[in-house]
Write a protein that binds this ligand. Structure first.
Ligand SMILES: C[S@@+](CC[C@H](N)C(=O)[O-])C[C@H]1O[C@@H](n2cnc3c(N)ncnc32)[C@H](O)[C@@H]1O
Length: 225
């Protein structure tokens, strides 16, 4: 069973999403699915711009209050972790863990303010990898950050492959960021095998550079068509 106490909610901003996924103004006009969207503000900001994104994450089964409480509990632990692993991150333009914390908190507050209404509208759905109950090719673009490849130690190769094949089933194009494992600059142990498995199934795979880099070496995304 999915338990909130096992989650470290840490959501990125709309600007971060643009950078992580190389999203162009044209891309923002597409129908977009954000898998493992967590407490990121991308969906909320897109809504303010008149666009509808569907985000999936098991944390969406909880209330805003429960998610807020979990953010409060884990916040000091994350700041401590950033100090302990300081050299693994790029401290520009944000120069300290506290400043980064404030920036992330602002994004998460924007998510929390939008969450109750977004849940009613079906923009936040309690669905989890590796299976999503959407018809084939329902979306133009599926994006996913900081779960696949990031948690390569916790999730097996088959979980990764099944999850990515599922994203390819529900969307015409898939982008995943970053390709390095959590708290390291090392490429995911699954990456080469995933590229091979996708290529052998006739998917087109492309690794693209991103301007966004916070985790050192985390400046590439995987695009699959
Ligand atoms: C570090 S957050 C990333 C949030 C957001 N994508 C970002 O980059 O800011 C990882 C998210 O993955 C979610 N998660 C964990 N297991 C999942 C699964 N099986 N399917 C979908 N999401 C999952 C967690 O609940 C958490 O919100």
């Amino acid at each position: 069973m999915f338990q909130l106490e096992n989650v470290v909610p840490w959501g990125r901003s709309f600007q971060d999403y643009l950078g992580m996924f190389n999203l162009t103004p044209e891309d923002l006009k597409l129908s977009i699915l954000d898998c493992a969207g967590g407490p990121a503000s991308f969906n909320a900001v897109m809504k303010k711009q008149g666009k509808t994104v569907i985000s999936c994450d098991p944390i969406y089964q909880f209330t805003s209050e429960q998610i807020q409480q979990r953010i409060n509990e884990t916040y000091p632990i994350i700041i401590k972790g950033l100090y302990q692993n300081f050299d693994q991150f790029v401290w520009s333009p944000i120069t300290t863990p506290e400043a980064l914390g404030e920036y992330r908190l602002a994004a998460m507050q924007e998510f929390l303010a939008d969450f109750p209404q977004g849940k009613k509208e079906g923009r936040y759905r309690n669905f989890s990898f590796p299976k999503f109950p959407f018809p084939d090719q329902s979306f133009d673009l599926a994006i996913s950050s900081h779960l696949l490849f990031t948690y390569s130690e916790q999730f097996s190769f088959s979980f990764h492959l099944n999850s990515i094949l599922e994203l390819c089933r529900v969307a015409k194009e898939v982008r995943i960021f970053p390709l390095v494992e959590n708290f390291t600059s090392a490429k995911s142990r699954h990456l080469d095998f995933i590229l091979e498995a996708l290529t052998s199934r006739n998917y087109q795979v492309d690794i693209q550079k991103t301007d966004y880099e916070f985790q050192r070496g985390g400046n590439e995304l995987l695009k699959v068509k």
